[in-house]
Structures are given as C-alpha cells and as structure tokens.
Write a protein that binds this ligand. Structure first.
Ligand code: DGL
Length: 279
C-alpha cells in the first residue's frame, strides 16, 4: 500500500480542465468552511472524446497525486471521469492505494434527486460524447427511478465554446439550438434536462433562450454540494479528515497564466495557480 500524508488535508476536486470550477463553486456556496485543492488536467483536456482506458489512466494519476498532496477525499468534478473512471478507481485502485481514502463522482447526486424534479417522468441529458456513450446517467437514474424515461444527446462543440470564451457569441446560438432541437425531437415529453457536463452551466443564457417554457434545466453544482453535506453527516470519520480553513488552491497541468485568465470566466475572482505534471 502507498503511504500518503496521514494528517487531515483539503478536499480534492479534479476535472479535465476548467469545468469542475462550476462544481467547486457550488460546493463552496454551501460548504465554504473547508479547504479545497482543485486540479485541472488542462494539458490533456478535453476528456470527452477520449477512450475509457485513457480517461481511467489520467484520472487515476490525478487522484493519486491529490492523495500525495494530502487529500483524504477526492471528488471527480467531471462527468466524463465520473462515468468512465470512478467505479474502477473505487473498486480496483483504492484498496491498494489506501482503503481509508475516498473518491466520489458527480453523476449520482443528480440521479438521486431527479425523481422529485420531473413530473412527466421524461428526462433529458446534455453531456459529452463519452458520458452519453457510457450510459451512466441512464444507469444511475434507473437505479433510483426505473420508471423515468431518459434521453441523452452529446454536444461536442459546447465545451470548446466555453473554453474559448465564445459562450455569449452569436455563433454559440447555432450549436446550442441544434442540440436542444435534437433532444426534443427524441422525446417531446421531456420536462427536465440535466446539464451533465460541468462546462455547460456557462451556456445557460443561450440554453434558456431556446428551451421551451416549462422545461426545467438542472445544473449539478448545488446537488453535488447537498450530497457532500449529507455524505459528511453519514461519514463523520471522513469529514474529520478534511481541514477547515476556507482556503482554495489551484493546480493545472498546463500554463498557470492561461489557467488564471480562463478561471475568471468560471469564478469571477482572481486565483493563484501552480503547475504540476501528472505521470
Ligand atoms: N468536464 C467534463 C465533463 O463534465 C467536460 C470537459 C471535457 O471533455 O474534458 O464531462
């Protein structure tokens, strides 16, 4: 078994890039008292179109690094990593790395509550190609609500629109409308849509522009935060291993200056960033 620092540490939040910042933001709104260590694998993003094996390997490296840096709890703040790597890491790697540490994903928290949000029992998912192909949302939702009809659409251009700061541009309208039309053609009874990619909340103004009235759009941040708070109540032993100083540190595998600039699109506040290499 690998030896990691035993003293309490920050909560690790991992994403392929910037998208997990929307999850971090949601968690900090509810749980500002904890320390957080955010890691964006920007040098190797996007993950959305990568294979299962590659996403798993990159995610395993990131989780191991966050453990080495003192985290006892790591949240995969990325749907693609949650869909493609979480289960293998939990079942296969954690027992060898350190069975006392925990890794959680972000798909289950939304799946758990969706039954109380939809009336028509028809739910839509917008996500990356990898997440849609994995069928993770369908599987998770059906564990809790087998009666809900789930339809998913991959939105390959949405992440670059956000990353290149084009979310508000007229060009974004075309790609947003196209996927909304596609989803509603698949199932016209949908009354609730989950934004199953952490970048997509930044496209909300455009999404609302084209979504028919009466359809509810769900961003994950608040549900992940709520689930984490409940998790801490159920697992005080893990909670006690998370330090409370209200501090956030950021790590990126890419250029820190670029991260700083881009992070402001997501967080609207200046951040200090350090570069690391994942192997
Ligand atoms: N953050 C990823 C997610 O939530 C999307 C970005 C990517 O493709 O790397 O799925």
């Amino acid at each position: 078994m690998t030896m990691f620092p035993s003293k309490p540490g920050p909560i690790g939040i991992f994403d392929s890039g910037y998208g997990g910042l929307t999850i971090l933001h949601g968690i900090r709104q509810l749980l500002p008292q904890y320390d957080y260590l955010y890691l964006g694998d920007n040098a190797r993003a996007p993950y959305g179109t990568r294979s299962f094996d590659v996403v798993y390997e990159f995610t395993r490296q990131a989780v191991t690094r966050l453990f080495e840096m003192g985290c006892h709890l790591v949240i995969l703040g990325c749907n693609t990593a949650s869909a493609k790597a979480l289960r293998t890491i939990q079942e296969h790697d954690l027992p060898n790395l350190d069975p006392q540490r925990r890794v959680l994903g972000i798909i289950r928290p939304t799946a758990e509550v969706i039954g109380s949000l939809t009336h028509s029992r028809h739910v839509g998912i917008f996500a990356t190609e990898g997440t849609i192909r994995s069928q993770s949302y369908n599987l998770e939702i059906h564990k809790f609500f087998p009666d809900i009809h789930v339809s998913g659409v991959a939105c390959p251009f949405w992440v670059p629109l956000v990353e290149y700061n084009e979310a508000d541009s007229p060009g974004a309208d075309y790609f947003v409308k196209k996927r909304i039309d596609q989803l509603l053609r698949m199932d016209s009874e949908i009354d609730t849509i989950i934004l199953g990619c952490t970048h997509y909340p930044l496209l909300l103004p455009k999404i609302h522009k084209y979504i028919p009235r009466g359809i509810r759009i769900i961003s994950q941040g608040e549900y992940v935060a709520d689930a984490l708070q409940k998790y801490f109540h159920r697992h005080p032993d893990i909670e006690q291993r998370c330090t409370q100083g209200g501090e956030v540190h950021y790590l990126t595998t890419e250029n820190p200056e670029k991260f700083k600039e881009q992070a402001q699109i997501f967080l609207h506040e200046p951040v200090e960033v350090e570069n690391i290499t994942l192997v």
